[in-house]
Design a protein around this ligand. Structure first.
Ligand code: NAP
Length: 270
């Protein structure tokens, strides 16, 4: 029997945005299932159920898909949140780091979505909310592979939204600016290896550190996610963060002004 209580699956619910949104949804009466690569680490500490799922392992995604409906009777919303960051100047970042960034952020997210789509199609309703990034709409130095993986998600889900509208499945992207979570601490950082970049690298490392240090708590992201979960007819794109709309306007209508202001801030960093 289907219940009136909406069920939401949040990937990467052990930390940061995923943990906060899963907890808020639980407090608001939703049935919540979260995922982690190591759920045993968090056993008994969270108010919602945490299941094992590793985006890098197709087997783990497949077996997660099989066991999920042993734990819940219906699924209304999937929040694709799990992901991580590769930091480093583009030329200095080993291609393997870039491939791994895509394996997790892009391919893992697509695999998991595909695992659940037959269920959503059959029930003829559902919502897929993916956490992209403002870096999926804008490029910045030191995050080339991360930005590329998030741009790829934007393009993929923009196309998918057209294909799924006939099944009453809504597709949404939430694109946060920088917010305080564990993303900086768990980032993979490429070593500086090329002398030509020494000066710029020093500045960009200082700029990145300041961005993390000054980042606000992710409350606006959680509020936006709750809103997109509730809305019956959501838009595709929800950029979140102070100044996000200005950044997007500048990039579309005054790209050189945008570039100059970013380079000015980087050059002023110490
Ligand atoms: N914080 C920001 O400023 C910001 C800005 C824009 C977008 N985002 C996006 O927001 C999402 C959440 O990040 P966060 O900032 O909350 O970072 P976080 O605190 O580091 O949390 C990342 C979550 O993803 C999970 N995860 C990481 N790699 C995984 C993998 N291979 N398979 C399965 N789960 C994996 C982690 O779970 P386990 O380690 O337990 O497996 C953890 O719960 C990410 O997609 C990130 O790109 C963050």
């Amino acid at each position: 029997m289907k219940s009136d209580k909406k069920t939401v699956l949040v990937t990467g619910a052990s930390s940061g945005i995923g943990l906060l949104v899963a907890s808020r949804l639980h407090e608001n009466g939703y049935e919540v299932i979260g995922t982690s690569r190591n759920p045993e680490k968090h056993q008994g500490k969270l108010p919602f159920k945490l299941l094992q799922m590793d985006l890098d392992d197709p087997q783990s995604i497949a077996s997660f898909g099989k066991q999920l409906f042993g734990h819940i009777k219906q699924l209304d919303v999937l929040i694709n949140n799990a992901g991580y960051l590769v930091n480093g100047l583009a030329e200095e970042t080993p291609i393997e780091f870039g491939k791994q960034q895509f394996e997790t952020n892009f391919w893992g997210t697509i695999r998991l979505t595909n695992e659940l789509l037959p269920y959503f199609r059959e029930q003829k309703h559902g919502k897929i909310i993916t956490i992209g990034s403002l870096l999926g709409l804008v490029g910045l130095p030191n995050v080339s592979y991360y930005a590329a993986s998030k741009h790829a998600l934007e393009g993929y889900f923009k196309s998918l939204r057209f294909e799924l509208s006939q099944f009453n499945i809504k597709v949404v992207m939430v694109e946060p600016m920088s917010f305080k979570t564990n993303i900086g601490e768990s980032a993979t950082v490429a070593e500086g290896t090329m002398g030509d970049y020494d000066q710029f690298r020093e500045k960009i490392i200082a700029y990145t550190r300041k961005t993390f240090d000054d980042a606000p708590e992710p409350t606006p992201v959680i509020n936006t996610l709750l809103r997109t979960v509730r809305e019956s007819n959501p838009k595709f794109s929800y950029p979140v963060g102070k100044g996000a709309s200005i950044v997007l306007l500048l990039q579309h209508f005054a790209y050189k002004v945008f570039e100059k202001s970013i380079l000015k801030s980087i050059n002023a960093s110490k």
